[in-house]
Design a protein around this ligand. Structure first.
Ligand code: ZN
Length: 246
């Protein structure tokens, strides 16, 4: 089975469209690691696509915030403004769907999905030190996680952690072949708001049969999303950062 793994779409339709065009024919199923909404101008369209196409979706902190399940006091002013805007924008049906999203980890075949860390859905796993605290508690050999919006991940072998080199993905994709006797935490990166200084939409394809992960990036019409963000009255910063990839 080949999976298209998407995370942190954040209501960005143009980015998702580019991902789907780039991944066309290369996957059998879609899995989503949360933060479907928040920040972006197309929350309903994205929710409806995910509802229809993803075989497993877990919630992210922005999903909770956008349906009133989160105390917005902990959000910075821009994230809070976006959450309030999204709360207002979501249809009743889409709001119910988001509200009922399960919390990770969720097991699918031989891998699991989480939003932040396998130990805490809101925890960040950004560097090797953080990953080294997490791996001893993970029994699954392959975990896909998001939340940091940084494509890449970590490998654990013989009780040591190694950062997977940041994929450059200049043409096509960058391949990660999974070794036996190793565990992996793989971050597909963010579809709708990358923060690794590469503004292209990020995703991975996981091929369970071939035991490999393909890291992809797709350019998309950033100017179109930026114009939508400004026209609906979301904070300017949310438009600006898309062009910078941070
Ligand atoms: Zn996110």
């Amino acid at each position: 089975m080949r999976y298209l793994i998407v995370s942190d779409i954040h209501g960005n339709w143009e980015a998702l469209e580019a991902v789907l065009a780039g991944a066309k024919g290369a996957y059998d199923r879609v899995v989503c690691l949360g933060d479907v909404v928040g920040y972006g101008p197309d929350p309903n369209r994205i929710v409806e696509w995910v509802r229809e196409n993803s075989v497993a979706t877990i919630r992210g902190n922005h999903d909770r915030a956008s349906v009133g399940l989160e105390d917005l006091e902990w959000f910075n002013p821009v994230a809070r403004a976006a959450a309030l805007w999204t709360q207002n924008e979501l249809t009743a049906e889409n709001r119910d769907w988001v509200r009922n999203l399960p919390k990770g980890p969720v097991q699918i075949d031989s891998f699991q999905i989480v939003h932040g860390s396998p130990l805490d859905e809101d925890g960040y796993v950004v560097n090797a030190t953080e990953a080294s605290f997490v791996f001893p508690y993970v029994s699954c050999e392959l975990t896909f996680f998001g939340h940091s919006h940084l494509q890449g991940g970590f490998m654990w072998t013989r009780q040591r952690v190694r950062s997977l080199q940041k994929p450059k993905v200049i043409f096509g994709f960058e391949l990660l072949e999974l070794e036996k006797d190793a565990q992996y935490l793989v971050n597909p990166g963010s579809v709708g708001q990358p923060r690794d200084l590469d503004p292209r939409a990020a995703f991975v394809i996981y091929d369970g049969g071939l035991r490999c992960v393909k890291y992809h990036r797709e350019p998309y019409d950033i100017a179109k999303t930026q114009a939508k963000i400004r026209s609906v009255g979301l904070p300017d910063l949310l438009a600006d950062r898309l062009a910078l990839g941070r």
